[in-house]
Design a protein around this ligand. Structure first.
Ligand code: FAD
Length: 448
């Protein structure tokens, strides 16, 4: 019996564990099905290269995250990097974001984008779909030349069937002045547009440096090799595939919500189990290459909206930290999204062919290759999700289950949000449920 069980030792689960302990609470257990913690925030070493489970860059814009990082990760261990990201369009590379950097595109494309922006539909109604949101804020030209092909590719889904509620800080808006400036080449090199204009990256160890730093701070054992098989909501028992089981008072779930629901045994009238079928996400096929050429490019990453390229992005980790590739070498990652099944062999062959062409690479220069498939990558903001997710999470809370993180909370979120979700849930459970052993702590020390 543990008062609190944490399912999943990715960044969110580890943050919850860390914040429980920071508040002096140790009557919890944390489990993960893999043989090491970290979840998606993971790096592998191969032939002298470090590859992340696709590009992971740390963005910080929250004051608590700032102090958490200073205290636990050590800002001095990170490179602070000003973004150099581009979009490949009409046989040229333009700077990101597209909407304010039209310079270099064919004049017909520029005029369609500006004309579309000026004539965009005016309405006071909130757009229901992402497509309608793009038309309202950017117009038909930008929709045609960037947003529709790019977002359809990265989501591998019909953008008329998803809501715009995730766009908030991810899609920078624009004005006519900015567009015209950008079309004339007037954007400043250091334009601070978008959530990722500056980012942080560990100097050594790849992105999993964040995990190893956090794990080093956690005192309780992280129980790896424990895959949750089923959960009895009424009796509050979790059973694992290795035959072990554990009871709890409160459960913090960070494993994918669809899978979690599928494993619930719920004898109540509001059986939550069947809801798993309504949650939709895509998968990402991630190929990583070690390349025997110094300075392959100075870019950090390139977006590819056009259909002839199977990937939506290529990134270059050797430009995040020198330690990512041996001296004299470069590295890259590519990402292709799909829903359901795909022929990964054919996808890889096409992706390698296009990568070699765009970067003028030959086979002899590719020293090593690491393929990673991420089964749940981008949560799709379907209309069902918009309408039902809050109630679903609420119903779980009535069973003392707090489902958080990118996949537990079924949302489009970042590593920063994982840390914050873990902090908030520890605070919520310890304060609301009064599970704190009272004599161990000074009240005023809580949640500082
Ligand atoms: C393509 C892509 C690019 C990204 N890029 C960035 C970026 O640049 N910057 C950024 O900040 N964020 C980025 N993210 C988001 C980031 O990866 C996540 O926000 C964060 O890692 C999520 O952590 P988590 O702990 O919530 O989930 P996860 O990392 O998925 O952890 C969940 C854990 O649960 C475990 N688990 C699953 N099922 C079971 C089971 N049945 N029993 C026991 N354990 C189980 C898993 O093994 C895993 O360890 C990106 C994500 C993707 C998909």
């Amino acid at each position: 019996m543990a008062k609190i069980i944490i399912l999943g030792a990715g960044l969110t689960g580890l943050s919850a564990a860390y914040h429980l302990e920071q508040n002096g609470f140790f009557d919890y257990k944390i489990y993960d099905k893999e043989d090491a913690p970290g979840g998606l925030c993971r790096s592998v070493q191969q032939d002298g290269f470090t590859f992340d489970y696709t590009g992971h860059l740390l963005h910080i814009n929250d004051p608590y995250m700032e102090s958490f990082s200073n205290d636990n990760l050590g800002k001095k261990n990170f490179n602070t990097i000003v973004r150099r990201s581009f979009i490949q369009s009409h046989d040229t590379f333009i700077k990101y974001p597209f909407q304010i950097n039209l310079y270099g595109l064919p004049s017909k494309v520029i005029s369609e984008c500006i004309e579309g922006f000026v004539n965009r539909p005016q309405s006071n109604k909130d757009p229901k779909s992402f497509h309608a949101w793009v038309m309202k804020h950017f117009g038909a030209g930008l929709a045609k030349h960037f947003f529709t092909p790019f977002q359809s590719k990265i989501l591998a889904y019909d953008i008329k069937k998803i809501t715009p509620s995730w766009t908030g800080r991810f899609v920078p808006k624009t004005s006519l002045t900015q567009m015209i400036d950008g079309a004339l080449g007037g954007q400043k090199e250091d334009e601070k547009v978008g959530y990722n204009s500056t980012f942080f990256y560990p100097q050594k160890g790849g992105i999993s440096y964040i995990i190893s730093s956090l794990v080093a701070k956690i005192k309780n054992q992280i129980q790896t090799g424990f895959e949750m098989e089923s959960i009895d909501l009424q009796n509050k028992v979790v059973t694992f595939t290795n035959g072990d089981f554990e009871t709890y008072d409160h459960l913090i779930n960070t494993i994918p919500l669809d899978n979690f629901l599928k494993k619930t045994v719920d004898s109540s009238a509001t059986n939550l189990n069947p809801q798993h079928k309504n949650l939709v996400c895509n998968s990402v096929f991630n190929f990583n290459l070690g390349i025997n050429r110094a300075d392959l490019t100075t870019k950090h990453w390139i977006y590819f909206p056009e259909g002839e390229y199977p990937f939506y992005r290529l990134g270059f980790p050797h430009n995040f930290a020198k330690s990512m590739a041996p001296a004299g070498c470069s590295s890259l990652y590519g990402e292709c999204a799909f829903v359901g099944q795909t022929d990964t062999q054919a996808l890889l062959a096409n992706a390698l062919d296009k990568t070699k062409k765009i970067l003028n690479l030959n086979d002899n220069e590719i020293i090593t290759q690491k393929i990673i498939t991420i089964p749940r990558a981008y949560v799709l903001y379907t209309f069902w999700r918009e309408k039902n997710l809050p109630q679903l999470l609420n119903q779980l809370e009535q069973h003392a289950i707090y489902s958080i993180g990118r996949y537990g909370g079924w949302k489009y979120s970042s590593m920063q949000e994982s840390i914050l979700d873990g902090q908030k849930v520890a605070q919520q459970i310890l304060s609301e449920q009064q599970v704190m052993p009272s004599q161990q702590f000074e009240q005023e020390n809580l949640f500082k």
